[in-house]
Design a protein around this ligand. Structure first.
Ligand SMILES: [Zn+2]
Length: 180
């Protein structure tokens, strides 16, 4: 069995759609960041429509903003925390793979590539859990097209720094969606 990490963004929801039919389990990790509520709502909407259960784990993590405070929101070592937690869940429920929706556009992040997945898999190997990034070669435009075709783009959430209940319109995530 696979355990898919779902954030509520188009990448992880496309991944979740791909594996939902195969009986995968799902984990949403909630942590404090500007879009946390919107992401959780997107996951809940998807899960209800899909008719699947999603485990939710709330963890303390600290997000920092790059540049003068207007830059993208980054969470240092986020995926390391996610896969460690998911490794625990996976081993507990008998899942042998943890799937993370990192895609080609995430290449700048040190925890979104095959090298990271390999290292995390080596650490989780004693528990029989492997970390896989099925979308790591797929570019963002293709993922957004796919999300659109699957009818999940509208219910997904991408924006890093929403104001009130709206996407900001100019973070990198909003710009990706705009050119889709
Ligand atoms: Zn935005």
């Amino acid at each position: 069995m696979d355990l898919v990490l779902v954030s509520g963004g188009p990448d992880s929801l496309v991944l979740a759609e791909d594996y939902a039919g195969a009986g995968a389990a799902f984990l949403h990790v909630a942590y404090s960041h500007p879009a946390a509520e919107h992401e959780a709502a997107a996951v809940a909407k998807w899960a209800t429509r899909r008719g699947v259960d999603v485990f939710t784990a709330t963890v303390p993590m600290i997000a920092t903003q790059l540049g003068d405070g207007n830059g993208p929101c980054v969470v240092p070592a986020r995926n390391l925390v996610l896969v460690a937690l998911a490794g625990n869940f996976a081993a507990a429920i008998g899942a042998s793979r943890v799937l993370l929706g990192a895609c080609a556009a995430d290449f700048e992040y040190p925890d979104c590539n095959e090298e990271f997945a390999k290292a995390a898999s080596a650490l989780l190997n004693p528990w029989g859990v492997e970390v896989c990034l099925p979308l790591v070669q797929v570019d963002k435009a293709a993922i957004l097209r796919r999300a659109n075709e699957l009818g999940i783009l509208a219910e997904s959430w991408s924006c890093y720094r929403p104001s009130a209940d709206r996407p900001c319109g100019d973070c990198s995530s909003c710009l990706w969606r705009a050119i889709q």
